[in-house]
Design a binder for this molecule. Structure first.
Ligand code: FAD
Length: 386
């Protein structure tokens, strides 16, 4: 008969949030088990993002200043702790006669972004001269202005795996191809896993991304009313150009054209779907191709030039606004007397801050599990990623 293993914390899901929580908990001296049903970490949303470590310039238009401030702060930590995974890139915003945002509006937004970044000189904004503008490959007709600023890019899956590896090196146990069939809470959690074994834990974090409600249902925990919003990216054969471009689609949405592994990545779309499993549609691929061809007419791309398509599903709180006007703040749902926390939505960029907030919520349940009380205060702010 197999022995019942006891943990302080079980984390369900090894996307960026599960990896981040495991790292934060292990750094505080807790015994942690991560359950991931796929064969490796970062196989779902955390490999299908726009791969930006950014404050989210467009969130300023919906007044999400706190989120932008937090993400810009996290960007600084990540640039320092993982310079091999997160690098600064130049971003260009072209403004045309037909654009819905005027040059002064874009400039104002960038000034605000610069301010939220603490006026850091790396975030300085530049309005390009006529000569500089002409040297860019973009459509020149009706071009009123081009602004340059900097943000950061990463490899989302590699970042997720590095964070999980850090958790492992701090003592966390990770089990792939593993999920929980039954879950009960009676002062502690008792989980029955798909291999027939059982584990117990004092606390449980549901970091199953778009499947968070599915996991909550197994244990009978509170669920959150959410929409699944799919986002698609295409990768084009076209070698990447000068930097990252932030352009406006015909429907006013912001779309990125980014260098990715020597090629060009274009994204993203926002389509409300009825399942957490992402599946790109032809209409989304055509939409992104049209955006690219409109702004880069000299290097027109066809369907045959699309080398890769990837899709991910965002979790957004249900409300009646269109997807790109809704809050991107991370939602936390607590149950089982505070011993259960589920993470809904969130950003790749702010995973560390999210993990620390989860630990803060669980501290009444877990603080006693650590004999060295100073260890519980240990933060991941300065923890380098290998
Ligand atoms: C199109 C798109 C673009 C984005 N771009 C950016 C960006 O540029 N910058 C940024 O900061 N953020 C971005 N985001 C947001 C960011 O990607 C997500 O917030 C983040 O990746 C979510 O991570 P997660 O760990 O919550 O979910 P996931 O990465 O989906 O991880 C959940 C994990 O749980 C596992 N799982 C599910 N059910 C079970 C179960 N029953 N048992 C065990 N394991 C289970 C899954 O297999 C998966 O590995 C973007 C999101 C989307 C959709």
């Amino acid at each position: 008969m197999t022995q019942l293993k006891k943990f302080d914390l079980v984390v369900i899901g090894a996307g960026i949030h599960g990896a981040g929580v495991a790292q934060a908990a292990a750094a505080k001296g807790l015994s942690v088990l991560v359950l991931e049903r796929r064969e490796a970490a970062g196989m779902e949303t955390s490999r299908a993002s726009s791969k930006l470590i950014h404050g989210g310039l467009r969130y300023l238009e919906t007044g999400q200043f706190r989120l932008v401030y937090e993400c810009l702060r996290e960007q600084r930590y990540l640039l320092r702790n993982a310079p091999h995974l997160v690098r600064r890139s130049d971003f260009y915003i072209p403004v045309y006669r037909q654009s819905s945002r005027s040059p002064w509006w874009v400039h104002l937004g960038l000034c605000c972004y610069h301010m939220l970044a603490g006026w850091a000189k790396e975030h300085a904004i530049e309005r390009l001269s006529l000569e500089q503008r002409a040297s860019l490959d973009i459509r020149q007709q009706d071009l009123l202005a081009v602004f340059r600023y900097t943000d950061a890019q990463t490899d989302d899956q590699a970042l997720t795996r590095a964070v999980l590896e850090s958790a492992r090196s701090l003592g966390a146990e990770v089990r792939f191809n593993t999920w929980c069939d039954q879950m009960e809470y009676a002062g502690e959690f008792r989980l029955r896993l798909n291999d027939g074994s059982e584990v117990t834990s004092r606390a449980l974090v549901n970091a199953a991304g778009p499947w968070a409600n599915e996991v909550a249902k197994i244990g009978g925990f509170q669920q959150q009313d959410v929409d699944w919003v799919q986002g698609v990216h295409i990768v084009l054969k076209q070698p990447s150009g000068a930097g990252c471009f932030y352009v406006e689609a015909a429907d006013g949405r912001a779309v990125f054209v980014l260098p990715w592994r020597g090629m060009t990545m274009v994204g993203t779309t926002e389509l409300i779907v009825d399942s957490p499993k992402a599946q790109a549609t032809q209409a989304e691929i055509d939409y992104l191709l049209n955006v690219y061809n409109h702004y880069f007419p000299q290097s027109k791309q066809t369907a045959a030039d699309v080398t890769e398509v990837f899709a991910g599903v965002r979790v957004l709180p249900k409300d009646n606004r269109i997807a790109n006007k809704r809050s991107r703040e991370t939602l936390f749902v607590s149950d089982a007397g505070g011993a259960y926390v589920a993470i809904y939505g969130g950003k790749l960029t702010s995973y560390r801050a999210t993990a620390e907030k989860v630990m803060e919520q669980l501290s009444p349940v877990l603080r006693d599990a650590v004999s060295d009380k100073t260890a519980f205060a240990r933060s991941t702010i300065n923890l380098p990623l290998r």
